[in-house]
Design a protein around this ligand. Structure first.
Ligand SMILES: [Zn+2]
Length: 106
């Protein structure tokens, strides 16, 4: 079993839908051009002051779809009604803002 297949299987066992598990695996492994680096910075894992860091932020599904219509997002609903989504892109917030036509403050 490949590393990718093992990651997918682990996510499915955690309860994620198979297509979402595949997206998560691709993002984690940066496979099949899953991550996008519009600006050249890997927001999911870059080194700063000797430590690996990543950037987290959350936006609504509607905003993400406006910024990333080219992402392949999988959406599903949990038993408690929570709506979840997993795409394949990892963008820094600056790139997200640029894709929305907004320029972040310097
Ligand atoms: Zn960026």
């Amino acid at each position: 079993m490949s590393d990718r297949q093992a990651l997918i299987r682990a996510r499915i066992e955690e309860g994620y839908p198979p297509a979402a598990a595949a997206n998560m695996s691709d993002v984690e492994m940066n496979e099949n051009a899953a991550r996008r680096f519009d600006c050249g910075i890997d927001a999911w894992g870059f080194e700063e002051d000797g430590a690996e860091v990543h950037e987290d932020y959350y936006v609504s599904n509607e905003l993400w779809d406006r910024a990333c219509p080219d992402d392949r997002v999988v959406r599903w609903m949990e038993e408690d009604g929570t709506e979840l989504a997993q795409g394949r892109f990892v963008l820094c917030v600056g790139c997200l803002e640029r894709r929305l036509g907004r320029t972040p403050a310097a």
